[in-house]
Design a protein around this ligand. Structure first.
Ligand SMILES: Nc1ncnc2c1ncn2[C@@H]1O[C@H](COP(=O)(O)OP(=O)(O)OP(=O)(O)O)[C@@H](O)[C@H]1O
Length: 603
């Protein structure tokens, strides 16, 4: 089957470490164009840290070589103070430059990832959207990219800056006193063991919190979209109960995550303080025994304080690193998903321009199923002549919409082929195919924006005059003129300020502007009252002239006047002909017609 998944699902077995590593490498490649900036950040960090770490050493020189030695060289002390001040300024300047560069590079990298992610999702096939929750995708585009941003702006800085700081502190400590330095450094393996043993637990708690948040977002989005239905069926209480349950789950997971983070960080604080106490005791004893000078102990205590700062930083960034690897993996899972429906290779591409298309459609032995081994369409043959209007009827689940999805190449056929003007649609680039085939759905989708932009789908090369002309053509002009700001009226999300018929007329105008040679209406008049349906029917007459038109309808009155009607059942065409010939057959279509009539007279 063509729709076998290329996407790993949440529960996919496999090699998580290898998968995580390849996701990490792939995301890191986004930093490549900024390699020089990252090199400059490293240099600035090195200079800033060196300036920081030289300060205790200067104090040591002042104490041991001058104050303790009883020299009264005020000029020298002033000199040391000035150098100390200059070092502080140098450290500040380089830290400032380094932070600015890092924010610039990090945010640019993430903006690029976000752009690629959105572009990629837009190109993915419908089968991908069948498998992925919209809520999860929203989380991927918004919060996962934000977590990756933290990696580039915090974690990477910590690895560069704190890593170098740790090495330099160890260098200075050994230079001052190897015995005390060994005591400090021996603590490092303990730190390592604690970090590793916490690692998998922290990752698990983080993953749990994330997946519960995704679930909560998906639930909220779905409920907001279906609020009409929830209220109509008085399901508010049940939905609130389910929301509460998921909200509590998320809260519990979040608290678990925060608790384990705090435990992790406090363990490090205790470790740091223990080391400090040890050094004060050992170092103090050594000063009393006169084996080291007081200035050395002072500098050593300063370094040991700073020693735990980078370790603490790196380990606390460890948590962010955990979240980042999860986010990188989730984003990479999407970025590495290949669309099931692909454009043809250049050598297989049919030379077909939308304006030259006549509009002939052929389905040849077409079979298809959404799920492997569950066929929805089987060995279907259908010829539609250019300019013909074809009505498609059938009971629910018969496969009518699937037929349309296949013609649009939202999915690829499993067997057989579909041709437009004798060209296999798999040889037509999708961009061209979608200019040839226009689709009007039962619930036309309108974006937040003006009416003008909704008709021309934000394409600035389509003039306002052309939009107005199209609206006049479908009979929407008077209705639009009556709106508060006419064509510039801003529609709220999904056009909720307009009636179903008005939204439908706007989508007809869209078709006129984009002028596809083949027009598909999927139950486009199902939601309309009879007066609005009449308006839309008139618009349909005007719009379908000169176009091959396929009309899927539950209301058989919509397709009665079609040139030909096909009646579908279980993914096959069981009858076809004009309304009159099908009625004369007194078979499946006639049955549907009678049922529809009875339903409308009792309704
Ligand atoms: N995205 C999908 N994933 C899995 N199965 C699907 C999907 N879309 C449709 N189906 C199944 O395919 C079959 C045909 O569905 P289709 O939507 O084509 O029927 P239809 O004739 O248009 O029905 P209706 O008149 O109710 O819209 C149904 O059994 C349906 O459950």
């Amino acid at each position: 089957m063509p729709q076998t998944s290329n996407v790993s699902t949440e529960h996919e077995p496999g090699k998580p470490i290898a998968r995580r590593a390849s996701a990490f490498r792939a995301i890191l490649r986004y930093a490549r164009p900024h390699a020089w900036t990252f090199a400059a950040i490293t240099l600035c960090s090195l200079l800033g840290i060196s300036a920081d770490l030289l300060q205790p050493y200067l104090v040591k020189i002042a104490i041991d070589d001058h104050l303790a030695a009883g020299r009264s060289d005020a000029g020298f002390l002033i000199g040391i103070s000035l150098v100390y001040f200059a070092l502080a300024v140098v450290s500040l300047a380089f830290t400032y430059i380094q932070n600015n560069l890092l924010q610039y590079a990090g945010q640019s990298v993430v903006a690029r990832i976000r752009k690629d992610l959105f572009n990629h999702i837009s190109r993915l096939s419908m089968s991908f959207f069948d498998r992925f929750h919209i809520g999860s995708l929203v989380t991927n585009v918004s919060s996962d990219t934000e977590t990756i941003s933290q990696f580039f702006t915090q974690v990477l800085l910590s690895i560069i800056r704190d890593g170098m700081m740790l090495v330099l502190i160890i260098y200075f400590m050994f230079k001052l006193d190897p015995m005390l330095a060994w005591c400090a450094v021996l603590i490092l393996p303990v730190v390592g063991v604690i970090a590793i043993s916490f690692r998998s637990y922290l990752r698990r708690t983080y993953q749990q919190a994330r997946s519960r948040l995704s679930r909560l977002i998906a639930f909220t989005a779905e409920n907001l979209a279906g609020m009409f239905l929830i209220q109509a069926f008085r399901q508010e209480k049940e939905q609130i109960r389910r929301f509460d349950e998921q909200n509590r789950d998320y809260l519990a997971a979040n608290i678990r995550q925060v608790r384990s983070n705090v435990l992790f960080n406090r363990t490090f604080d205790i470790l740091g303080n223990t080391a400090l106490a040890l050094i004060v005791w050992l170092g103090g004893k050594a000063v009393l025994d006169d084996t080291i000078q007081f200035g050395v102990l002072y500098a050593f205590i300063s370094y040991i304080r700073q020693f735990f700062q980078p370790i603490n930083q790196i380990t606390s960034q460890w948590n962010t690193l955990q979240s980042t690897t999860v986010s990188m993996e989730r984003i990479w899972r999407i970025l590495s998903t290949e669309p099931d429906v692909r454009d043809p290779r250049p050598e297989n591409t049919a030379a077909l321009q939308p304006e030259d298309v006549k509009g002939q459609i052929d389905f040849e032995h077409v079979s298809f199923g959404y799920i492997p081994n569950v066929p929805v369409i089987t060995h279907l043959n259908l010829h539609i002549a250019p300019g013909q209007m074809l009505g498609v009827v059938g009971t629910t689940g018969a496969g009518k919409s699937t037929l349309i999805s296949l013609l649009n190449r939202f999915y690829d056929v499993t067997e057989g082929c579909i041709r437009v003007d004798d060209r296999d649609i798999r040889s037509i680039p999708q961009e061209i195919l979608h200019r040839i085939v226009g689709l009007i759905q039962q619930e036309p989708f309108l974006f937040s924006g003006s009416i003008i932009d909704n008709v021309r789908l934000f394409r600035q090369d389509i003039s306002r005059e052309r939009v107005i002309e199209a609206c006049r053509f479908v009979g929407a002009h008077t209705m639009i003129e009556r709106l508060s700001a006419g064509y510039d009226t801003l529609l709220s999300e999904r056009g909720s300020g307009l009636s179903a018929g008005e939204r439908q007329l706007i989508s007809f105008a869209r078709i006129v502007v984009f002028a596809p040679k083949i027009l598909i209406l999927d139950e486009a008049t199902a939601n309309l009252d009879s007066h609005t349906e009449q308006l839309v029917q008139q618009a349909l007459q005007s719009v379908s002239a000169g176009r091959t038109t396929i009309v899927i309808a539950h209301r058989l009155s919509t397709v009665m006047h079609a040139d030909r009607i096909i009646a579908m059942k279980d993914g096959q065409i069981v009858e076809q002909g004009t309304h009159e010939t099908l009625m004369a057959l007194n078979g499946y279509y006639a049955d549907l017609y009678r049922h529809a009539k009875e339903a409308s007279s009792t309704g």
